[in-house]
Design a protein around this ligand. Structure first.
Ligand code: PEP
Length: 245
């Protein structure tokens, strides 16, 4: 039985006030792990306010340890301030920062060295889906990442299936579309001989809201959600957590 994982990706939103509001209110729920990903500058404050409550993590890290890399955040720094998780390969970083599969694989290795729990994001564009390439694209993204890490290491975190066409657009994959991809990802892990294929959490991201969360979570291979826009309102995010419990 996989425990649900509900993660809030604030992206470039938030404030110290919001950190305090969420850190005070949120905690893990029975059967549900809750993780908040505030912008990096707010992470230390979130971690100190939320100790023993919900986890938190970084939305990205660099590929290397501390050193002369201006503007970069190293995984060990995230750990030191109390972050336990990191999101890797989010589609906005793949498209806006031109992050390649190879770079994301290096970041995954760096995350594991820093003992962070990775959420590896994979997903296809609308054009790739229309071309019937959705699963091919996702398999390529997984294959590349897992060249730097054993599946069992990925199992400390999660895989987030996030169809690019559903992120921040209000378009959600139907529960059936999402289930088909999640099942495909799990089958791919099996075919690769991954012992953790059954236990790794595969969460869905793409315009998850309080209204559609329950139907998604009823699917057998959907183990929770990575939530963007709907994670910025405490009451809405709390309802999504409730739908997973
Ligand atoms: C995301 O940023 O990972 C995401 C899924 O965003 P939204 O929920 O806003 O689509």
């Amino acid at each position: 039985m996989r425990k649900a994982l509900i993660a809030a990706n604030w992206k470039c939103h938030g404030s110290l006030k919001m950190v305090d509001e969420f850190a005070n209110a949120l905690s893990h729920e029975p059967g549900v792990d809750v993780v908040v990903f505030p912008p990096a500058v707010f992470l230390a404050q979130y971690a100190s306010r939320a100790s023993h409550k919900a986890d938190c993590g970084a939305q990205d890290i660099g590929t290397a340890e501390t050193g002369a890399r201006a503007g970069e955040v190293a995984g060990e720094m995230v750990s030191e301030v109390g972050g336990k998780w990191v999101i890797l390969g989010h589609s906005e970083r793949r498209s806006e920062q031109q992050e390649s599969d190879a770079l994301i694989a290096e970041k995954l290795a760096a995350a594991l060295r820093a003992e962070l729990r990775p959420i590896l994001c994979v997903g296809e564009t609308q054009q790739q889906r229309e071309a019937g390439q959705a699963m091919v694209v996702v398999e390529r993204q997984l294959q590349s990442a897992l060249e730097q890490a054993a599946g069992s290491q990925l199992a400390t975190g999660a895989i987030a299936y996030e169809p690019v066409w559903a992120i921040g657009t209000g378009l959600t994959a139907t529960p059936q579309q999402a289930q088909e991809m999640h099942q495909g990802i799990r089958s791919w892990l099996y075919r690769k001989g991954d012992q953790t294929a059954q236990s790794v959490r595969i969460i869905y991201g793409g315009s998850v809201k309080a209204e559609n969360a329950a139907a998604l979570f009823q699917q057998p291979d959907i183990d929770g959600a990575l939530v963007g826009g709907a994670s910025l309102q405490l009451d809405t995010f709390t309802r999504i957590i409730g739908a997973a419990g």
